[in-house]
Design a protein around this ligand. Structure first.
Ligand SMILES: Nc1ncnc2c1ncn2[C@@H]1O[C@H](COP(=O)(O)OP(=O)(O)OP(=O)(O)O)[C@@H](O)[C@H]1O
Length: 426
């Protein structure tokens, strides 16, 4: 779905009517996730999220089509709510950005995608001999969040309920990956999850009789642009590329600075500081677009002799961009887009192989998938070991330790859901 198509959906009177009809027929528990529907205890949990429009987009969504009838009174529903779909005769650039009324129903202004319990519905314009129509494509998921969902609700359903922190404390590998098109809200969602994990982690660490915690918490934060990795922790050397090595034992060691943290506050400060070091650039869709993948690893080192340590890996992927998104890119930015898209494809291949139970997961295809080896390669597990190249203490869980992943697929426009969803159900 191109931007002009979205534009068509949101402004064309006929599409609005069709969408309103669909919404009236599909009132099934829009907010069911809030009351916590039972989520299956699967290894992979798939969550979808769509965000509210930003100011510039509201303007775009409200802009009239050339052939649209204008209505200075705007559209007011039966309950008297102004849906913000006022169509004015002036072109959008000449009028101020409209304010979003708080009571505005989500699907009216974000009408390319609608969240329903366990499914994300994408409304695709469709022209037939009968005239304009809308196809409503449904994508199944474990949990879906609409534009009114908060980061707390997303955390609750994607990290807390599946017990990802507890899993890591028990020696497992817990991973959350945010995937989606550029400007969809991945960084916003991941930062929310990271800070919430920082808050909840320490109270969940077991303590001995003397009240001393049994775990040491070590953190690394890496940025990957194409095949070039940087350490976001080292403010002085943020521009320098670091090596990613695979040891004989099978463990992957990026030469990162590992920092031990002892409180939620310390962890939060590191997260905020490192995110500030991330490379961003202005693109046509996002004024502060992250041009890279960011991987935050929280290693839990068990101090009890023989005790299993675990890890939590939080991945904010670079946004996938289509040709239309990258048309105005400089050569350098275009290359970044190509590199990012290539590594996202490699990731997709790995997920597909992993989910289908293939014996071989091609995680060496890209640096991104190599770094995510702990979640793809069941044989990665090694006993506690110290990295020869950096000060990092790597405590991998014993063989057979559990792994659990949450995929937070974030979208603004519906068709980006398709490729990733296909991976899980192919
Ligand atoms: N759920 C949300 N509620 C309110 N604002 C949001 C939400 N999600 C994202 N935003 C806003 O949308 C804009 C784009 O979000 P963000 O930078 O997280 O996107 P992204 O997917 O990480 O993009 P990119 O891949 O280009 O880095 C930001 O201004 C962010 O504050």
């Amino acid at each position: 779905m191109t931007m002009s198509t979205l534009h068509t959906i949101t402004t064309h009177k006929k599409y609005r009517e069709l969408l309103a009809e669909w919404a009236a027929d599909n009132t099934d528990d829009r907010n069911q996730y809030k009351s916590g529907p039972p989520i299956p205890d699967a290894i992979v949990l798939v969550a979808f999220r769509t965000r509210p429009p930003n100011d510039g987009e509201v303007e775009l969504f409200d802009a009239p089509l050339d052939d649209e009838e204008t209505d200075d009174e705007g559209q007011v529903d039966d309950a008297g709510h102004d849906h913000g779909l006022r169509a004015k005769k002036q072109p959008p650039v000449t009028r101020p950005v409209p304010k979003i009324p708080a009571q505005r129903p989500p699907e009216v202004f974000m009408c390319g995608v609608t969240a329903r319990p366990r499914r994300m519905v994408v409304h695709v314009p469709n022209m037939t001999w009968k005239g304009a129509g809308l196809l409503h494509k449904s994508y199944p998921a474990d949990v879906c969040f609409g534009p009114d969902a908060t980061n707390e609700e997303v955390y609750d359903q994607t990290v807390k309920t599946p017990g990802l922190i507890e899993l890591a404390v028990q020696g497992g590998v817990a991973c959350v990956i945010a995937y989606g098109q550029t400007s969809a809200g991945k960084t916003y969602s991941m930062m929310g999850l990271e800070l919430a994990i920082a808050q909840d982690l320490f109270p969940l660490l077991p303590v001995d009789d003397t009240g001393t915690t049994q775990f040491e918490v070590h953190v690394t934060f890496l940025e990957l642009l194409g095949n070039k990795a940087r350490d976001l922790m080292r403010a002085d050397e943020v521009g320098k590329n670091i090596e990613i090595r695979e040891a004989e034992t099978g463990s992957v060691y990026p030469a990162l600075q590992s920092t031990q943290v002892e409180s939620a506050k310390e962890l939060e400060d590191i997260i905020v500081r490192c995110l500030g070091h991330r490379r961003t650039a202005q693109t046509s869709r996002n004024a502060k677009s992250s041009r890279s993948h960011a991987i935050l690893t929280i290693l839990l080192k068990n101090k009890t002799p023989g005790g299993a340590g675990g890890e939590i890996i939080l991945v904010d992927l670079a946004g996938s961009e289509r040709h239309a998104d990258s048309k105005k890119h400089s050569a350098a930015r275009f290359q970044e887009t190509r590199d990012n898209n290539k590594s996202l494809l490699a990731l997709k291949d790995c997920v597909r192989a992993h989910v289908s139970g293939a014996a071989l997961v091609p995680f060496r295809t890209s640096k991104l998938t190599l770094l995510l080896k702990p979640i793809f390669d069941r044989k990665t597990s090694r006993p506690e070991t110290h990295c020869r190249h950096c000060a990092r203490v790597a405590t991998y869980p014993g063989r057979g330790a559990q792994r659990k992943y949450t995929w937070v697929c974030v979208t603004v426009q519906g068709d980006m859901l398709g490729p990733m969803v296909g991976v899980f159900w192919s």
